[in-house]
Design a protein around this ligand. Structure first.
Ligand code: KG4
Length: 334
């Protein structure tokens, strides 16, 4: 089923055309807003929605053009309905509903997290159901069991900051710019991960929840103490911080897979681009006899191809959006 999807939950405007039945991505177009938000060290919601308004039509046209199709070929329209910044979501979702209405096409509202949970199915080599998935991004850090393309059960989530948010805040603390994750990862490469013993929040023994606020405070204290001595060892701080985040993410993911007797683990979300997290997860999965699936970087960050696939399954399940359907900021899955 030829599906046109739009994603505008945060700061990227994305559109994709996917032959969803065949899992073939014909185009996957993204317009980034990084240069708009970088001077502020984080996303400014009002600026994000204004930029989505400018970008949505050109990005959709580009996705259709790159796929070599026209609107006449499209059979289903999907758009992210939530969670995210409501002003941003409303741009993409309203555009999709209006387009569907005008063209007489079915329209589905997609949960952004469902997109991340299914993004590994866009790859040639994909897991079978059920599997354990860790979604780790700027807005989410959560573990799920995925039983089917429409059945997701949350096993644990962050009680405060998302891991990506912690990366961004630590980068801001160190004056490194936004988004902080890639910059910290690069600096960490040249640092000693054992230089600082930052805290790991394991929480209750069997808890699959996460917490990164204590870690963030510990980093702030270390930075302030080092600044008073006249020299902040940025590389070592980045490496030790990254180590603390990765250790907890990997440990809890393997524990979740074991508790659910899952033989497959899937990683998704923007922080999945982190090389240390990827290699550590791979190594620990191998050690535990678990198969590890990692979508290509383009399907890990916010993208519309995953929204097309999740939208197709929502459509098959009969979950259609009407003209009155509204965007939501918090996910029922979250
Ligand atoms: O999924 P995503 O593209 O957007 C949303 O959060 O919606 O994820 C962006 C997040 C940012 O917090 C960014 O700092 C983080 O992913 N990130 C990374 C890396 N690349 C992006 N964090 C750690 N290491 C990276 N290499």
């Amino acid at each position: 089923m030829l599906t046109l999807a739009i994603e505008s939950s945060c700061d990227d405007t994305a559109a994709a055309v996917v032959d969803t039945g065949l899992r073939r991505v014909l185009s996957n177009s993204i317009s980034s807003q990084n240069e708009v938000h970088t001077p502020f060290g984080g996303i400014v919601p009002e600026l994000a929605s204004r930029r989505h308004i400018e970008a949505v039509q050109p990005v959709v046209s580009r996705a259709l053009h790159e796929a070599g199709v026209t609107l006449d070929d499209i059979e289903l329209i999907a758009a992210t309905q939530g969670p995210g910044l409501v002003g941003s979501l409303l741009v993409g979702f309203t555009f999709a509903k209006a387009l569907a209405l005008v063209r007489g096409l079915p329209c589905v509202g997609v949960d952004h997290l469902a997109g991340h949970l299914l993004s590994c199915l866009l790859e040639e080599e994909m897991p079978e159901f059920p599997y354990t998935a860790l979604i780790v991004s700027g807005g989410t850090t959560a573990l799920f069991r995925v039983d089917s393309p429409t059945s997701f059960t949350r096993l644990g989530r962050t009680r405060d900051d998302a891991a990506g948010e912690a990366f961004d805040k630590v980068a801001k603390m160190l004056g490194l710019g936004y988004p902080g994750g890639p910059i910290i990862a690069e600096l960490a490469d040249k640092g000693n991960a054992k230089a600082f013993q930052f805290p790991r929040a394991w929480l209750d023994k069997t808890s699959l929840d996460f917490s990164f606020s204590g870690l963030k405070t510990a980093v702030r204290n270390a930075v302030e103490a080092a600044a008073q001595e006249g020299m902040v060892p940025i590389h070592d701080i980045c490496a030790s911080f990254q180590e603390a985040v990765v250790e907890v993410l990997v440990h809890k993911t393997i524990a979740a897979a074991r508790a659910n007797r899952h033989e497959q683990v899937v990683l998704g979300g923007g922080v999945a681009a982190n090389a240390c997290l990827r290699s550590r997860m791979q190594a620990e999965c191998e050690r535990a006899g678990i198969r590890f699936f990692l979508p290509s970087p383009i399907f890990c960050t916010d993208n519309a191809a995953m929204i097309a696939l999740a939208g197709y399954h929502a459509y098959l399940a009969g979950n259609l959006a009407g003209p009155d359907s509204d965007a939501y900021s918090r996910s029922p899955l979250h």
